[in-house]
Ligand binder design. Structure first.
Ligand code: SF4
Length: 419
């Protein structure tokens, strides 16, 4: 389509071909909702005290995977990501059974990135060796801090020494693609303690680093402590200083800030998360897991117990995606048909998180119109505010967040939502 062709009015079209088709394969997310203890800042859909349900949960998960594989005609899977919760609470045998089922039911790419999140206190050489033998090739470890008082504040069960030993064990188990997660902007955290964190992670030298600002949801115990005054308020200016310092120092250490909160050595970016940031199809299984498939967004209900009951009652008769969503025999909730306007806004907001930004020609190939035609006012305004920049010559130009835009990303995104 060229500039002179007519553009369909926004809001009346359905999802793009890219948003509907599974021919490029999917990313598969598997939710493991169990934790030994609930951290006081965490609002993820995870639960402590129900570990006895793990074996029956794994059966339900297998049933859900079978139903979806059949409904989607056993699609190609480019990446698998086990998140939670605490996937490292699974035994190597449970991991092996799960991965065997996935390989039977889906066309898993031979070079698929297969990741699991682990907590340092669960890591043993034997467990991670078992995970690697089951097919895992990437591990993300929730270190959160290289400073023991901060780990205590966060209610973590490990200390720094344990995290470093766990990192060694993961390496000895033969995993060569390891990510460490850190959190900044904590109550009581100072720029000096944060520098200690970054020095710690650079010394450990994982292939990938995620550093997220702590966001306190009001219902969490830590937010309530802040509200009562027993913990200090977070300081957004200090958090911004920490972020800027992090970017500078990690760049010097060879880590590329490929997404607002993620840094990687060359070639070690998270392929699974890049699927989300490119707004490409993914299937999420397990309670609370979200999916974007076949022109729909949908999510499973959150309760693990209801999930197991409903998913186990799903029939095995083959059905297609439309029938499954229409008749909804399982635990799928919040089904939202994707229209072109929503898909475009989602693609903009997620794509701008990436350092490479969004290329007009890619946007046009997917949606049939230029960025300026869809978002001219928002682009002009955010460029004039110094939050966005445009590189190259149109129509091949790219739009990217500036350094200031990375700090104020929500200010940018809200303007694209309202355009
Ligand atoms: S271990 Fe992770 S998922 Fe579990 S409660 Fe703590 S932060 Fe949440």
């Amino acid at each position: 389509m060229d500039d002179t062709q007519e553009i369909e009015p926004l809001g009346v079209t359905t999802a793009s071909e890219t948003g509907r088709s599974l021919s490029g394969g999917i990313a598969l997310y598997i939710h493991i909702p169990f934790c030994e203890t609930k951290c006081p800042y965490c609002d993820f859909n995870t639960y402590a005290g129900i570990n006895h349900l793990i074996p029956s949960y794994m059966d339900a998960l297998s049933n859900e995977l079978r139903v979806w594989a059949s409904a989607l005609d056993h699609p190609r899977v480019n990446t698998v990501f086990l998140g939670g919760g605490t996937p490292s609470m699974l035994s190597p045998k449970q991991m092996d059974s799960l991965m065997s089922l996935i390989h039977t039911e889906f066309a898993v790419q031979t070079d698929a990135e297969i990741s699991a999140e682990v907590n340092p206190d669960d890591v043993t050489l034997q467990r991670i060796t078992g995970f690697r033998e089951a097919g895992l090739n990437r591990i993300g470890m929730g270190v959160q801090s290289f400073f023991d008082p901060e780990l205590q504040l966060l209610g973590r069960r490990h200390d720094v020494e344990q995290a470093l030993k766990a990192f060694e064990a993961i390496q000895h188990a033969g995993i060569t693609n390891i990510s460490m997660d850190l959190m900044y902007g904590l109550p009581h955290q100072t720029i000096d303690s944060w520098k200690r964190n970054i020095e710690g992670v650079i010394t450990a030298a994982p292939q990938h680093i995620s550093a997220y600002a702590l966001t306190l949801e009001p219902e969490t115990p830590m937010a309530q402590h802040v509200a009562k005054g027993s913990l200090p308020e977070q300081d957004p200016d200090l958090a911004a200083d920490m972020y800027e310092w992090t970017s500078t120092v990690l760049a010097k250490a060879g880590y590329h800030n490929y997404e607002i909160s993620n840094w990687a050595l060359p070639g070690r970016e998270s392929k699974h998360n890049i699927t989300y940031w490119h707004n490409l199809p993914y299937l999420g299984v397990g309670p609370g897991a979200h999916s974007f498939l076949g022109g729909y967004r949908f999510a499973n209900g959150k309760s693990p117990v209801t999930y197991m009951a409903k998913v186990n009652a799903w029939g095995t008769a083959p059905v297609d995606l439309e029938t499954l969503l229409r008749e909804n025999p399982g635990y799928v909730e919040d089904i939202e048909p994707m229209d072109a306007q929503t898909e475009m806004a989602d693609s903009l907001i997620m794509g701008l998180r990436l350092a490479k930004g969004i290329r007009n020609s890619d946007f046009r190939a997917r949606f049939g119109l230029n960025l300026h035609e869809a978002y001219g006012d928002a682009i002009k305004e955010t460029i004039s505010l110094g939050l966005l920049k445009s590189n190259g010559m149109w129509p091949e130009a790219t739009i990217q967040l500036t350094e200031r835009g990375k700090l104020l990303a929500n200010e940018v995104f809200v303007r694209f939502l309202g355009d």
